[in-house]
Design a protein around this ligand. Structure first.
Ligand code: SGN
Ligand code: CA
Length: 535
């Protein structure tokens, strides 16, 4: 005979077992939070985890040490606003319509934050978005209008313009932390887009880092004095040389140039408060005076090297504040117990030239601006120290984030979720990516082009006012110094790349007709602007 208390005990035990299972299940089914950190123009060469030895970014490096680092993450269109439109929509520029910094962006189209919201997420957008109109898909938004300012910037808070005293990078970090700590609903999963303006031109450092690297001399990349003899017309005709197109005032922070002429930089200091101005002048005046005293005796090469140093130091100083902010956010996740269940992504809207080919800026499909840094930490799924060398693209962010959040990825999104790639479960991955660039004629004069990249090769077509092909073998020529298009040794590769290019253009829905359509819209827009200015 079974005694009643045994039956009760058995029921209790089974019940307790079921209960513990379902609470475990609940735990594993808990939706992850997402912190998507994007800076503006942050070259992978300036993240110490990438091993270039330029600077130290201990906090961003934590993501690589505790998660994954991608060595061949790239963008579809290496310029700011289009990159952000691709991030939000998961569609190529020629499909979402935001092909360059001047065309309007249609916020009414579907985007991943809207889909997260519809699935119970709380969302926020803090920092630079560079897309006109009130951001859609966010419970809270505080964005810089356009490019924004480094010092005492204006913000649009849910659409209302407010000036904030202080340094832009710090304000964006503080606002993000405040939202995480005090504003969000702790019962909902969250997704916050934490977007820095830094290290965008013109690289104004925080007051505390104005003297950082003063005691150091940086060597430029080996192709800093490139004469472009192995490249094409587009490389020769750009306007983004540090030693050539960067200005004494705006870029090199001189109020009076070495020839004694006013640079106009003084005007940029009007935004500073008294303390900021005093600190700024105390830091720059002695450096500028010392250079001007030496200037008459310097060779052209020495001046070129000085310019590189002024540029890279200012650029890296702004990154120091970005890295500090990442550290504060990661510390908060640890302290609050959120770290385990929060996916942290660090990336940039594109890469940047740190003197390679003599350049600053981006836009080209050459490696330094085509690629972008990408680091992802998610302890539940990603092993510490993971390295991913496959071609992932900013087109993949929307589908990846939706995948992690358990939201069905809409058919119309063109990227692929890299969730399984990074957790080590994917058997297959793409072998080619597609690239387009449209903003020409414009600042920096990088010609219109499109192209295809595989793990080893790249094929690009520059069009509109030229018709030139370029092809590079990244294994033999990682710095892309020698165009091998029409080199008979590469005849088979060239044929293969043309086929691949055709394949990706068909796959994503691009064509010469679309290029003509966007070209016409761009030229019309320029003409309208000229007419407005003349009237
Ligand atoms: C500004 C910069 C350019 C930069 C574009 C686009 N000039 O015009 O150097 O290429 O933005 O950058 S500056 O006078 O503002 O410094 S983007 O990141 O917004 O695409
Ligand atoms: Ca940018």
């Amino acid at each position: 005979m079974i005694r009643p208390f045994r039956i009760v005990a058995a029921i209790f035990l089974v019940g307790a077992f079921l209960c513990s299972c379902s609470s475990k299940q609940k735990e594993t089914e808990q939706l992850p939070n997402i912190i998507y950190i994007m800076s503006d123009d942050h070259a992978y060469q300036a993240i110490s985890a990438y091993g270039h030895g330029l600077n130290e970014t201990p906090n961003i490096d934590r993501l690589a040490n505790e998660g994954a680092i991608f060595s061949r993450a790239c963008v579809t269109n290496s310029i700011c606003a289009p990159s952000r439109a691709v991030l939000l929509t998961g569609k190529h520029s020629f499909i979402n319509g935001k092909v360059d910094n001047v065309q309007p962006f249609n916020w009414d189209q579907p985007n991943f934050p809207k889909l997260l919201q519809a699935n119970g997420y709380q969302t926020a957008m803090i920092g630079k978005i560079h897309l006109d109109g009130i951001p859609q898909g966010f419970d809270f938004s505080m964005v810089l209008p356009g490019q924004g300012n480094y010092y005492n910037p204006d913000f649009l808070i849910d659409g209302e313009r407010v000036r904030k005293e202080g340094y832009c990078t710090d304000i964006i970090t503080e606002t993000t932390l405040d939202w995480l700590k005090n504003k969000r609903d702790p019962n909902k999963p969250f997704c916050v887009l934490y977007h820095q303006k830094a290290p965008h031109r013109n690289w104004k450092s925080a007051p505390e880092y104005l003297g950082l690297y003063d005691d150091k001399t940086f060597n430029p990349p080996s192709n800093y004095f490139d004469d472009y003899s192995g490249m094409g017309t587009a490389a020769r005709e750009q306007e983004m040389q540090i030693d050539g197109h960067a200005g004494w005032g705006h870029d090199f922070k001189m109020i009076v140039d070495p020839n004694g002429d006013s640079t106009g930089f003084q005007r940029e200091l009007n935004r500073f408060n008294e303390k900021q101005l005093v600190d700024w002048l105390a830091a720059y005046t002695p450096k500028n005076d010392a250079f001007k005293a030496e200037y008459p005796n310097l060779s052209e090469k020495e001046i070129g090297l000085w310019k590189f140093n002024r540029y890279i130091k200012d650029y890296l100083r702004t990154i120091k504040s970005v890295d500090d902010g990442v550290g504060e956010v990661l510390d908060y996740l640890e302290e609050s117990g959120l770290a385990e269940n929060t996916i942290v992504i660090y990336t940039s809207d594109q890469g940047f030239y740190l003197g390679e080919h003599g350049w600053f800026d981006k836009r080209f499909m050459y490696e330094e601006s085509f690629r972008t840094p990408l680091l992802v930490r998610y302890p539940k799924e990603i092993e510490a120290g993971t390295e991913i060398g496959r071609l992932v693209q900013n087109l993949d962010f929307a589908p990846t984030i939706l995948d992690y959040a358990g939201v069905e990825v809409p058919e119309e999104m063109q990227g692929e979720s890299f969730r399984k790639l990074v957790s080590g479960e994917a058997d297959e991955w793409r072998d080619a990516v597609y690239y387009t660039y449209y903003e020409y004629p414009s600042v920096h004069m990088v010609k219109r082009h499109y192209g295809v990249a595989t793990d080893r090769y790249k094929l690009m077509h520059f069009y509109y006012d030229i018709d030139e092909w370029e092809m590079y073998d990244l294994e033999k020529d990682p710095k892309e110094m020698q165009n091998v298009y029409n080199n008979p040794e590469y005849a088979d590769v060239q044929k293969m790349l043309h086929e691949k290019l055709e394949e990706v253009r068909v796959k994503y829905g691009d064509s010469d007709e679309l290029n003509q359509k966007y070209l016409k819209a761009y030229l019309d827009h320029q003409e309208q602007r000229r007419n407005r200015n003349n009237n």
